[in-house]
Design a protein around this ligand. Structure first.
Ligand code: SAM
Length: 396
């Protein structure tokens, strides 16, 4: 690409960065800056450099997974020396070979997860700090171990299955490669289930709450204020992190909040203001006439046939004139899908024949069970959207 294009992109980045610093957190400008930075990188790289960067991503992830295993990031964070921590000290504290530490930490510094301005010495940055928080310390090992064995075999799975789009949970790529799809595998691996739960509750840190993007007054107005009435059921709500936030930050909601998930997930949950009930969404919904049935990051785990079943199980419990379904998931744009979302789609395909959906795919899925979309709310590119759906009015 020409120098003019590079300078043009740099100018656009400058403009959007200024907008971002003046705009709301998690807004459109932030996503735009990230997109422009990716474009700038592509503009600067030669085609060969781009391909080499892609080819060498897997060893970076493997090195990161190993460094997380060795708990090197907490060591960097606890260093009292302003100069940082030496490879010799890290080797002593972890028991790993010093030569291995040097090779692994070279990768960490190149990924920006620490700095290394003098040979064999590593200093913590704010990214190092994130690697000691649940998003990094739990998310990295959980997602690596859950997905990598399948992703490494995905091309073979697709070749052997004649490149049919995976649409059956029972024969998903993960089931073929590992013997189980994601939720069975997690249920049988307590350590990873715990990492998964922790990662679930941490991965939206710093992003706006769904109820500050979606006008929650739409649910509050007209909701029953009877103390027994259920205001919102969070179905597949994991350990109740979303409900806890609603309870703490929007105490004006009327009625009760109910958390539902599989028994092994919610048995230990104890959160003020939140009731819980063990429930599989593959069965009919036992809580009738709630104001809202809320599903966050649920439907992307599943192919259409199973989503259809989950939705019908929910519709059967709804009062069509009162209840609403709230879905928080990605709504993929028709062009220029952000990298994270398009990659997540392949991950969902791999571990359970799931899918990230475009607006038309959502419209079709919901219409197939007699639901219509009232509105879709979003703060911008790269963020989850909030879809409100209701049963189609019976005009007969
Ligand atoms: C991707 S996580 C989303 C968790 C949470 N809603 C969030 O957005 O952070 C999917 C959740 O669905 C739950 N789940 C899986 N199968 C389920 C089933 N049959 N019935 C109820 N929950 C289920 C999992 O235990 C997990 O908590």
């Amino acid at each position: 690409m020409s120098t003019t294009s590079i300078i043009d992109l740099t100018d656009q980045i400058r403009k959007e960065a200024l907008n971002e610093s003046n705009g709301p957190q998690g807004g459109q400008s932030h996503a735009r800056v990230l997109q422009l930075v990716d474009e700038l990188k592509l503009a600067v790289e030669t085609p060969t450099e781009t391909i080499l960067r892609l080819i060498y991503q897997p060893p970076e992830n493997a090195a990161l997974r190993t460094v997380a295993d060795l708990d090197v990031f907490p060591i960097l964070m606890s260093s009292e020396s302003k100069k940082g921590t030496s490879a010799t000290e890290i080797a002593k504290l972890t028991g790993a070979d010093r030569g291995l530490i040097i090779r692994l930490m070279r990768v960490m510094a190149s990924l920006g997860l620490c700095t290394s301005s003098e040979p064999e010495v590593y200093r913590a940055t704010e990214k190092t700090a994130s690697m000691t928080q649940p998003i990094g310390k739990d998310g990295v090992p959980c997602i690596y171990d859950l997905t990598l064995p399948t992703l490494s075999k995905l091309p073979e799975y697709l070749r052997r299955h004649n490149y049919i789009n995976p649409q059956e949970y029972a024969t998903s790529p993960m089931k073929w490669a590992v013997g189980q799809s994601q939720f069975e595998w997690l249920a049988g691996n307590k350590k990873h289930q715990d990492l998964f739960n922790s990662y679930m509750s941490s991965r939206r840190e710093g992003k706006p709450n769904w109820f500050s993007v979606y006008p929650i007054q739409r649910l509050v107005e007209g909701a029953s204020d009877h103390p027994d009435a259920i205001f919102l059921v969070d179905i597949g709500g994991n350990q109740g992190h979303d409900l806890a936030r609603l309870h703490a930050e929007y105490p004006a909601y009327p009625g009760r909040l109910m958390l539902q998930d599989l028994p092994n997930i919610i048995s230990s949950v104890d959160r003020p203001g939140i009731e819980k009930s063990a429930y599989s969404f593959l069965d009919p919904q036992p809580i009738k006439n709630a104001r809202a049935y809320y599903f966050r990051a649920i439907f992307h785990d599943w192919p259409d046939r199973i989503c259809h079943k989950i939705l019908l199980n929910t519709v059967s419990a709804m009062n069509p004139l009162y209840s609403r379904i709230i879905i928080v998931d990605f709504v993929l744009p028709d062009t220029d899908v952000p990298r994270m979302q398009s990659a997540m789609d392949i991950q969902m395909m791999s571990i359970g024949a799931g899918v990230e959906r475009s607006k038309q795919q959502w419209v079709n899925l919901l219409a197939s069970v007699g639901l219509q979309i009232n509105g879709i709310w979003n703060t911008g590119l790269g963020m989850e959207s909030i879809i409100e759906a209701v049963p189609v009015a019976d005009l007969s």
